[in-house]
Write a protein that binds this ligand. Structure first.
Ligand code: XBP
Ligand code: MG
Length: 256
């Protein structure tokens, strides 16, 4: 089965956005709203179990501060807080606070030159994806992706497969012609439930997650001057992730 498309997660996969991006933006939104909530790096690691910013705020309120009464109806309060968080987050990206992970720019360029089809499947808000792509890859970069499936476009966020099903349907492709790129437990559950072979690049928040279902696990995608460390799977002597390795992984994952 010929490989035709690559589908990318964003947060944690294309860039380490969680600790120094989303977390900071949540805290700024809390402070601006006069709330004395502070999500530490460690607490945020626990909260990442819940995907989606609004869902994460609700989970925090219910689990960590059950006696808190919001000043507005609960869902409206969360919605406003989250809108402010998105403003803080996109402003952070505009300041260049979050770079792409190693190998990301190189691999996207290689895939474009090879005419592979590209898509994004993420739980984050569409404005956040646009801002990351524009500030790291240039104003045309969103157009490199034929589908940007993001946020509330499907009601059931990762680990549900819905966002990948949505992207596949939009592209008119069966899962076995595609590869997914993820960084987390929720991400691999979502991609593999949609029958997509998945390459994992771990980060500090996800390195202990169970990735036994992955076709390949590396510490990052790597560059000629910054080789990856393989964690699981056969890299056939490669020292960074390129299309040659991606095609081998894809071929192997489809034949058992
Ligand atoms: C990313 C997320 C997102 C962000 C916050 O998960 O869970 O919720 O943390 O984004 P994945 P929003 O990488 O699996 O897509 O606040 O815009 O929801
Ligand atoms: Mg992710």
């Amino acid at each position: 089965m010929m490989l035709q498309a690559l589908i990318f997660d964003v947060d944690g996969t294309l860039a380490d956005t969680e600790r120094d991006g989303h977390r900071v933006a949540f805290n700024r939104a809390f402070a601006a709203a006069g709330l004395e909530w502070e999500w530490s790096e460690a607490l945020y690691g626990e909260l990442l179990a819940i995907t989606g910013g609004k869902e994460r705020i609700l989970h925090y309120m219910e689990t960590y501060i059950p006696h808190f009464t919001p000043p507005q109806p609960r869902d409206e309060f969360i919605k406003q807080l989250h809108l402010a968080k998105t403003d803080h987050y996109t402003a952070l990206l505009g300041e260049g606070a979050i770079p792409l992970r190693p190998g990301v720019k190189r691999l996207l360029q290689e895939a474009r030159e090879a005419d592979l089809r590209l898509a994004i499947a993420t739980t984050t808000t569409p404005a956040n994806v646009e801002a990351l792509l524009i500030h790291t890859l240039g104003s045309n970069a969103p157009s490199w992706f034929e589908v940007i499936a993001a946020g509330d476009v499907v009601p059931a966020k990762k680990p549900a497969p819905d966002i990948y099903h949505y992207a596949l349907k939009k592209m008119g492709l069966p899962a076995d012609r595609c590869l997914a790129f993820e960084d987390s437990w929720n991400g691999i559950c979502s991609a593999t439930a949609a029958a997509l072979p998945t390459i994992i690049s771990v980060n500090g928040y996800t390195e202990k997650d169970d990735f036994s279902a992955a076709a390949l696990v590396v510490d990052h995608w790597g560059e000629p001057n910054l080789p990856f460390t393989p964690i699981q799977g056969n890299v056939s002597g490669s020292r960074w992730l390129d299309l040659n390795l991606i095609r081998k992984i894809h071929a192997t994952s489809n034949h058992g």
